[in-house]
Design a protein around this ligand. Structure first.
Ligand code: PLP
Length: 281
């Protein structure tokens, strides 16, 4: 099932072509996006997602994003989607068909991929891959758009295919000095002695909305949380290693670079329960 609503309020058929062939999002991946989980009719972390969309758009010199218009567009999708059916809600804004033209902006509701649903339960195997970026690069070279959620995800998708070739489900990117960065579509979270750790966004990674929500939930459940640089060794020696993202939520990593990790099913279950409790408050 799919529901498509453009930012101007028009509701269109997602099975029919809607994008011009010269759209710069299509031609160059020139645009920004967000992916939001909708459960029980409620879009999770909508405000942080819209804030990040605004920040990403500003980094790409796209027009200012009208958050209220986006909210109305999201509501239009929600009214057309069954309340009891989980949804992936994607917000996309491209530069449009020519540099002086109107951006193309739409919200698309879709079903959650079966593979992601399975991974939430079973956990995943992950390999570490070099991202080829070094310390300070995000600040030194803002045109690289590190930390923006741009549509240019070809590298991220290639990393997942490389992980698959190596017999794993997903990847964790490392900086050239071995510092842990993020997954191609997720944030890295490590558990040790009832403290959760995640790398700082200053390393050039995307600040994760689900990681922030998890840290909030974990603190309420009595955990400590720290945002600090992590080394590969920290991943191996952790009590638990997790990848978080809006749709996969908290996915347990059971194998790293072919080596099994300590069994973290218990802490995973506890963190998932705390995370879910955040949305029942
Ligand atoms: N890092 C990258 C590169 C991502 O693409 C994503 C989400 O897709 C994340 C981190 C996690 O972000 P969030 O928790 O907001 O979904």
């Amino acid at each position: 099932m799919r529901v498509l609503v453009f930012l101007d309020g028009s509701v269109e058929d997602p099975a029919v072509p809607q994008v011009r062939i010269d759209d710069l999002g299509l031609q160059r991946g020139d645009g920004v996006f967000e992916t939001i989980l909708v459960r029980d009719g409620h879009p999770r972390e909508l405000r942080p997602h819209l804030d990040r969309l605004r920040r990403s758009a500003a980094m790409l010199d796209l027009p200012e994003q009208d958050v209220n218009r986006w909210r109305r567009t999201v509501d239009e999708v929600l009214t057309r989607w069954p309340h009891d059916r989980e949804m992936v809600l994607k917000l996309v804004c491209t530069r449009g068909s020519d540099p002086d033209g109107e951006p193309l902006a739409f919200a698309l509701g879709m079903d959650v991929d079966e593979k992601i649903l399975r991974a939430r339960e079973t956990g995943i195997a992950v390999v570490t891959l070099d991202r080829g970026i070094d310390e300070g690069l995000a600040e030194r070279a803002p045109w690289l758009l590190l930390g923006a959620k741009s549509l240019s995800y070809a590298v991220n998708m290639a990393a997942i295919r490389e992980a698959n070739r190596r017999g794993a489900d997903d990847a964790i990117f490392l900086a050239t000095n071995g510092t842990v960065l993020e997954g191609p579509t997720s944030t890295v979270v490590v558990a040790r002695d009832r403290t959760l750790y995640t790398p700082p966004p200053t390393t050039g990674i995307l600040p994760g909305t689900s990681q922030a929500a998890l840290f909030r939930a974990a603190q309420r459940a009595g955990w400590h949380t720290k945002v600090e640089p992590l080394r590969t060794q920290d991943l191996r020696t952790a009590d638990g290693l997790f990848l978080t993202s809006s749709i996969r939520e908290i996915t347990r990593v059971h194998t790293l670079d072919g080596e099994p990790l300590p069994d973290a099913r218990e802490s995973h279950a506890e963190l998932v329960a705390a995370y879910e409790a955040e949305y029942r408050r």
